[in-house]
Design a protein around this ligand. Structure first.
Ligand code: H2B
Length: 99
């Protein structure tokens, strides 16, 4: 279900570190490369369970997750925020730090 702007802003206020650009929310974490690989595997397990996938960009000391709902025409839905919350928990478990 598509979210209105005010619903998106309310959810973002509960998710410090996540920013919105257009119809994507994203967050980057500082983590060294191999730690990032382990974190991505963990995220991949969760997205398979959820059936909702993040776009992932791994650099040598940073991993970035971008989320939007492709099936909704690349707009933001509740599933995007559910996944963002799950990614924050996984990041904490992997000691990935905020930028
Ligand atoms: C059939 C399948 O569940 C859908 O194609 C799912 C898969 N993962 C997805 N992930 C994201 N981010 N957006 C989607 O619209 C989406 N659709």
């Amino acid at each position: 279900m598509l979210l209105r702007d005010d619903e998106i802003e309310a959810r973002l206020r509960e998710l410090p570190g996540w920013t919105r650009v257009g119809h994507e929310i994203s967050r980057s974490f500082r983590i060294r490369y191999h730690g990032g690989v382990a974190m991505i595997v963990h995220v991949a397990d969760v997205v398979r369970q959820m059936g909702h996938h993040a776009d992932i960009d791994l650099r040598w000391d940073l991993v970035r997750f971008g989320i939007t709902t492709h099936d909704a025409g690349n707009r933001l839905t509740e599933a995007d925020f559910d996944l963002a919350r799950r990614i924050d928990r996984i990041a904490a478990a992997h000691d990935a730090s905020a930028l």
